[in-house]
Design a binder for this molecule. Structure first.
Ligand code: T46
Length: 146
């Protein structure tokens, strides 16, 4: 689907001592592992059961979503396509570029969803009305292969 992709980060496991595992270390470098310079980080925690968040798209913002604990499902869509992606691996991130409608649901208890963003917070970049989104997205997608 356009403007989304999974990113696999370097999942470093020190295997020197097999009897005594020491866990995973996952480095993330702005502009290298992430395809933009990170200007903002925020996270969603303590989300009650059956909550659905999101219901918007961004005009310009690029983001990478990572679930550091537990799991959460992200629905990403355009007027023509829809995909559901479950994040449950702290070494994988979901890149979402401009003009993709997103909803986040099925947060497991204790889940931690971290978002790395390309810009500071700007409410003017949000499209929160779905009909308005479809009109703008159809124009944006003209000429894009579907
Ligand atoms: C997104 C998904 C994945 C701020 O003041 N600063 C911020 O950096 C953010 C992200 C939000 N806010 C305020 C704006 C609202 O009054 O926090 C309140 C909740 O934001 P919102 O309803 O947009 O939250 P979500 O979880 O629906 O969406 C968020 C991000 O806003 C959005 O960019 O892509 O997470």
């Amino acid at each position: 689907m356009m403007n989304i992709k999974m990113i696999a980060f370097n999942d470093i496991v020190d295997e020197k001592n097999k009897e005594r595992p020491t866990g995973h270390l996952t480095p993330i470098e702005s502009g290298r592992d992430i395809p933009f310079v990170i200007k903002r980080i925020y996270y969603l925690t303590r989300v009650p059961e059956n909550t659905i968040r999101g219901f918007h798209a961004h005009r310009q913002l690029e983001q990478v979503l990572l679930c550091l604990n537990g799991k959460v499902t992200i629905s990403v869509s355009t007027p023509y396509e829809k995909q559901m992606i479950t994040l449950n691996d702290p070494a994988k991130g979901l890149y979402i570029g401009p003009m993709v409608w997103r909803e986040m649901y099925d947060f497991s208890p204790g889940s931690v969803l971290v978002v790395l963003a390309s810009e500071h917070y700007n409410e003017a970049d949000y499209i929160r009305d779905y009909r308005n989104y479809c009109e703008i997205a159809q124009e944006y997608l003209k000429g894009e292969p579907l």
